[in-house]
Design a protein around this ligand. Structure first.
Ligand SMILES: [Zn+2]
Length: 224
């Protein structure tokens, strides 16, 4: 062993996650830890509301500033001089994949990077539940009776209008336990534990973008 320390250990820094609610943040944390094992313990969350996807101009700048300030404040609480290595901000678009998704993602991410120098805007289409539909086996691993109907398998899940409703009404719900939002971290844990994230069934650009973000982050922000 060389004993070489990671960038995080060298400079005392943390990765900060902001998101719409606790389930979203926990889910993101599970996925991040798998992709960047060096981050374990180096991730902190902030509970500020995230309402960026419809914001523009000065309004967007102000809302991003609030999140960036809070992220820097929470880093400082980890010990004097601790800096924000990177910031992940999750939000659901609540709309399907298309130009609005691409434009919104770019607009908000540019503002985050303008203010912080790094950062990722994890905008899910239409919402994070669409990611779960890429992993029918993980859903069945959480609750055996949960089954993704054939018509939703192998599809672009970013085009589904209401993935949460699909999970609640069609994947679960006919008998036994019904999917609720608080199940999200358990589902993503099952995705990771089963190794399903390596071979999604179908596609979702917001899922792919998230993984590209994490990869770029590892190269440029955390160990750059
Ligand atoms: Zn990053």
């Amino acid at each position: 062993m060389s004993g070489r320390k990671s960038g995080l250990e060298r400079s005392r820094s943390v990765v900060v996650i902001a998101g719409e609610d606790r389930n979203d943040r926990e889910s993101l944390k599970i996925l991040l830890e798998e992709q960047q094992p060096g981050l374990r313990g180096g991730i902190v969350q902030i509970r500020d509301p995230v309402r960026l996807h419809k914001a523009t101009g000065a309004n967007l700048s102000k809302r991003v500033r609030t999140i960036v300030n809070k992220a820097q404040g929470v880093a400082e609480k980890q010990g004097e001089g601790t800096r924000v290595a990177c910031l992940y901000v999750h939000e659901d678009l609540d709309g399907v994949d298309g130009n609005v998704y691409l434009e919104t993602r770019q607009r908000v991410e540019q503002e985050i990077r303008r203010q912080l120098g790094c950062g990722h805007y994890v905008l899910a289409v239409a919402e994070m539940e669409a990611w779960m539909l890429l992993f029918p086996d993980a859903l069945s691993a959480v609750v055996k009776a949960w089954k993704v109907p054939a018509k939703y398998r192998g599809k672009d899940t970013g085009r589904f209008q209401d993935p949460k409703r699909i999970l609640m009404r069609e994947v679960s719900g006919t008998k036994g336990r019904r999917y609720t939002e608080s199940d999200a971290p358990e589902v993503f844990r099952a995705v990771i534990d089963g190794g399903y994230h390596r071979s999604p069934l179908g596609s979702n650009r917001s899922w792919s973008h998230f993984y590209q973000d994490v990869e770029l982050c590892g190269r440029q922000h955390l160990h750059g």
